[in-house]
Design a protein around this ligand. Structure first.
Ligand code: HEM
Length: 187
């Protein structure tokens, strides 16, 4: 008998594959380093990130608040990084299931990895501004928190194709939403 668990890709690998194209497109369209390096354009992009991140907790924590080992409330609490009211009336897509919500959180948590790269590039150009701290919410805990998230993701969705599909849909929805908010319109 063939042991299919040996060849099964991880939940993270599935989500990465499902969203690689939109991540690449977002990276190109957003042009984050140039915009954040320019004091005249920085504020607009920081506000767009606030509109993406601040409403996420209200949308996701209902599904994710009780997930063991996730610490969803702390992960989605980014209020300390932005000016009060910075998100205006922005909303975040509502997930229909726990696994869809985990797919959405994958997008927000993954953005902390890219965020550190952006912040390092800006620092190399001599750009330093406390308004950019949201790009690196976890500091030296980024790696451990990412791995802890991936463990929960794998435990909750990894074994089951229906759950995996829900997580993929959540990740794709969240990336499309991020693109609309950060770039101003869908591709
Ligand atoms: C210019 C903007 C961006 C750049 C340059 C960038 C760059 C990167 C890089 C280099 C990684 C891999 C980090 C590592 O493995 O250490 C990464 C991962 C990731 N980024 Fe971005 N990113 C950007 C914007 C975003 C945004 C806005 C989002 C979502 C809102 C996002 C979501 C993700 C996700 C989900 C991953 C994890 C992929 C995986 O499973 O490995 N990124 N990004």
């Amino acid at each position: 008998m063939i042991d299919t668990t040996l060849s099964r890709p991880s939940a993270r690998a599935r989500l990465k594959r499902a969203t690689d194209v939109v991540h690449q497109r977002l990276e190109t369209r957003i042009d984050a380093i140039a915009r954040l390096a320019d004091p005249a354009r920085r504020g607009d992009l920081v506000r767009r990130f606030a509109c993406l991140q601040l409403p996420a907790g209200a949308a996701l924590n209902g599904e994710l608040g009780a997930v063991e080992g996730l610490d969803a409330g702390a992960r989605t609490d980014r209020a300390r990084f932005f000016a009060p009211g910075a998100a205006g009336q922005a909303d975040f897509p509502r997930p229909a299931s726990r696994c869809e919500a985990l797919g959405m959180l994958y997008v927000l948590e993954g953005s902390t990895l890219g965020g550190r790269h952006i912040l390092n590039s800006l620092a190399r150009q001599g750009v330093s501004d406390a308004a950019l701290n949201f790009l690196d919410p976890y500091g030296d805990q980024t790696g451990p928190r990412w791995r802890a998230f991936l463990d929960v993701l794998e435990r909750e969705v990894g074994e089951d194709e229906t759950r995996m599909t829900q997580a993929e849909q959540g990740a794709c929805r969240a990336f499309r939403h991020a693109e609309t908010i950060l770039c101003g319109e869908p591709a």
